[in-house]
Structure formats: structure tokens, C-alpha cells
Design a binder for this molecule. Structure first.
Ligand code: XMP
Length: 333
């Protein structure tokens, strides 16, 4: 418990120099802890697990085994980026598991949001455990725990009720026998990002907006189908591209598309065209407990509407969600 408390005199890591000093310290600490043993890491491609991966690759190279499970609910290009950066550029010991069919088959016909979340969380652990059991001689499990996670679990324990019931796809069973390696557990998110950049990770990866563990699964509303999931992934990619182009990506905390399971009548190429509506959500917050709406300029919205409705198969309307949290949560499910 002792080393789960951030010392009062610990300086905040705000510069590349401070990040370098932290990296050197952690590289030495990890080498001392791990020796010549192997470490396993579930690498989702999110900021925290990516920074931990880069740090551990620097410290112990191929003694780190990264497992990236693609649950088929990633955003466009995300798994490819993990393979490119960790598998190729950093030459990591990376196991890539495409479990898309397993997840989508289990989710077929399931429309209840809580059931969907449970299925995704449980199946992630199944796939990860299966991969782990194929490996030999792993003594350590690395995790991208950060200080707010520790503070939140202390708060939850004290009050007897968890602040959030979200589960992380990286959540692992408690009977795990491996010892933990958590090199960024005393850092806040902004510090993790400074460390990530100092480790040479791409800016876009380090400043990636938050993405829920169940991924696009909670944005493809109701029972997930492959065609609607595909439309969602494409529309979301257009939204992200346009936000990048106009500078909103740097400014807005979280922005995405959700697609409900309803169709309306439209017209395309002078023919009746039935399709789903794509819903834009763009919010700002400091702690995700409350959120306000980003007011996107109309010319940008018009461009996004035009691109989504012409480029994405199956979408014939674009709507804007203007609901703050409360009353709407940030995600729709
Ligand atoms: P809500 O929808 O509760 O979301 O207002 C608040 C923030 O949490 C993210 N979120 C999750 N993050 N695992 C995560 O790691 C989850 O299961 C999960 N569900 C929601 C959401 O994207 C938003 O940033």
C-alpha cells in the first residue's frame, strides 16, 4: 500500500527533461524488479498501456510480451497502428489476436447495453487468458494503472460504492498469480503523456482522446450488426479527420459518432434510400462526471454531414446530440 501513495514532494512531470529523468529511474527499477524474467502486457493501444509498453521495451526489450486483442470494436486504423508502431518500429515481442468473429458472434442479437458490456469484458479476459496460457515462464503482468485509478479505488473502498461501474477491457481476474509491474501508477494522465512523447511515441497516440474499453460496441446502439458497425467506423473516421483538419481535435475532450438501430426514408440518386442516422457527440469535461457540449461551427458541421452522407454506405441523415451530462451520459450505452 505504501508505494501506492504519491510522495508529497514528487515534482510534476511537465517537461521532456523531467520525463527523461523519470524514464531512467523507472528503467532501472523495472530491471531490478524483473531481472531476466518475462513480463506480459495487454496492449490496447490506449495512452496508458502504450506508454507502459514503450517504457518496458526500453527497459527489458524482448522480455516483454505484448498481447493486442482486436475485439473487432476498435476505431478505424487503430489495431494497424499498434502493429506498425510496436510490432515494426519498436520491434516488440507482439502477439496480435484478431478475435473479431468471436466477439461479434457472441454479441449477435444482444441489445441490452449492460449485457453487451459484460459479454465484451468477459470475452476479452477469455481471449487474453488463452493467449497467456500458451506462453511459458511469465512471472510478471504489466498494467497501465495511473494515479487517478488508485485514488478512485481508495475512494470506492472508503465509501463502499464504486464511483463508476465501467469496466476496463484490460481488467483481469483477481486470482492471477503473476506479480504486477506498474511503472506509471503514481502519474497523472498529463504526466503520462509527457513521458510518452519523451519515449518517442507519436503525438496522436499520446494525445488520443479517451475511448471506452467496450469500444464501438457501446456506440453501435442496440444489437450490433456488421454492416452498421462498418458504417459507424467509417463515419467516425470522417468526423475525426475533419476535427483534425480544423483544429477541433486538439480542443475538444471527446467526440465520436453513435448509430442507433433505426432506419428512416431518404433519397439518393433520385432513388428511395433507407438508412441509419449518424449521431455526432462532442463534449468537454474535466473529470467525465459532468460534461458540456462543444458548439461546432456550422460550416464544419455542413462539411461533416455532406461527407458522411455521401461517403458512408447506409447512412442517410446526420444528427447532433446537444445534451449535456447530466442528463445524458457521454456514451449512449
Ligand atoms: P459516461 O458514458 O459514463 O462516460 O458518461 C464517461 C467516460 O468514460 C468512458 N467510458 C469508459 N471507459 N471503460 C472505459 O475505460 C468503459 O467501460 C467505459 N465506458 C465509458 C466514456 O467514453 C467517457 O469518456
Amino acid at each position: 500500500m505504501e508505494n501506492n501513495v504519491r510522495p508529497a514532494d514528487m515534482a510534476r512531470i511537465t517537461t521532456p527533461e523531467l520525463a527523461q529523468a523519470f524514464i531512467e529511474e523507472q528503467v532501472a527499477a523495472v530491471r531490478a524488479q524483473v531481472g531476466d524474467k518475462k513480463v506480459l502486457l495487454a496492449l490496447s493501444g490506449g495512452v496508458d498501456s502504450s506508454v507502459v509498453a514503450a517504457l518496458l521495451i526500453k527497459a527489458i526489450g524482448k522480455q516483454l510480451v505484448c498481447v493486442h486483442v482486436n475485439h473487432g470494436l476498435m476505431r478505424k486504423g487503430e489495431s494497424e497502428q499498434v502493429i506498425e508502431i510496436f510490432g515494426k518500429e519498436l520491434d516488440a515481442n507482439l502477439i496480435y489476436v484478431d478475435a473479431t468473429d468471436r466477439f461479434l458472434n457472441l454479441l449477435a442479437g444482444v441489445s441490452d447495453p449492460e449485457k453487451k458490456r459484460k459479454i465484451i469484458g468477459a470475452e476479452f479476459i477469455n481471449v487474453f487468458d488463452e493467449e497467456a496460457s500458451k506462453l511459458e515462464g511469465i512471472d510478471f503482468l504489466a498494467q497501465g494503472t495511473i494515479y487517478p485509478d488508485i485514488l478512485e479505488s481508495i475512494k470506492a473502498k472508503e465509501s463502499g460504492k464504486p464511483v463508476k461501474s465501467h469496466h476496463n477491457v484490460g481488467g483481469l481476474p483477481e486470482d492471477m498469480k503473476m506479480a504486477l509491474v506498474e511503472p506509471v501508477k503514481l502519474l497523472f494522465k498529463d504526466e503520462v503523456r509527457v513521458v510518452g512523447e519523451a519515449l518517442g511515441l507519436p503525438h496522436a497516440m499520446v494525445y488520443r482522446q479517451p475511448f471506452p474499453g467496450p469500444g464501438l460496441g457501446v456506440r453501435c446502439l442496440g444489437a450490433i450488426t456488421r454492416d452498421r458497425l462498418h458504417a459507424l467506423r467509417e463515419a467516425d473516421a470522417i468526423l475525426r479527420e475533419e476535427f483534425d483538419n480544423c483544429g477541433l481535435a486538439e480542443k475538444v475532450w471527446q467526440y465520436f459518432i453513435a448509430i442507433p438501430d433505426i432506419k428512416s426514408v431518404g433519397v439518393r440518386n433520385e432513388m428511395r434510400y433507407e438508412g441509419w442516422p449518424a449521431i455526432i457527440r462532442a463534449v468537454n469535461t474535466t473529470d467525465a462526471m459532468t460534461a458540456t457540449i462543444e458548439e461546432i461551427p456550422y460550416p464544419i458541421l455542413h462539411k461533416i454531414v455532406s461527407r458522411i452522407t455521401t461517403e458512408v454506405e447506409g447512412i442517410n441523415r446526420v444528427l447532433m446530440d446537444l445534451t449535456p451530462k447530466p442528463v445524458g451520459t457521454i456514451e449512449w450505452e
